[in-house]
Design a protein around this ligand. Structure first.
Ligand SMILES: [Zn+2]
Length: 97
């Protein structure tokens, strides 16, 4: 009998980046975004937290992109606030749903 397996990510991957506060080199993506708009141009960053000290860093997702050229579902995902229990990516020490 043939079985078809599907691989589905359960959380966001760890980000390898040096922390400026401590010696850690790993950040976990919180699943939250910061968005800044300037007229018709938009910037969006994915917020990531240091696994050791919790320092926040921004990972560029969109940079000076015309808002009309962004897929509506991507724009909605960047501007919608998710609650921690709503299926957002679990961080270290938090149980996966
Ligand atoms: Zn740190």
């Amino acid at each position: 009998m043939l079985k078809i397996w599907v691989v589905v990510p359960t959380c966001l991957p760890l980000v390898l980046r040096r922390c400026h506060v401590c010696a850690s080199e790993r950040f976990w993506a919180s699943g939250n975004f910061r968005v800044n708009a300037n007229h018709k141009r938009i910037d969006a960053w994915l917020l990531a937290l240091c696994t050791t000290c919790g320092k926040t860093t921004k990972l560029t997702v969109l940079e000076r992109v015309n808002v009309r050229s962004i897929r509506p579902e991507l724009l909605a995902g960047c501007t919608t606030t998710t609650r921690p229990d709503s299926g957002a990516a679990p961080g270290p020490g938090r149980a996966a749903p």
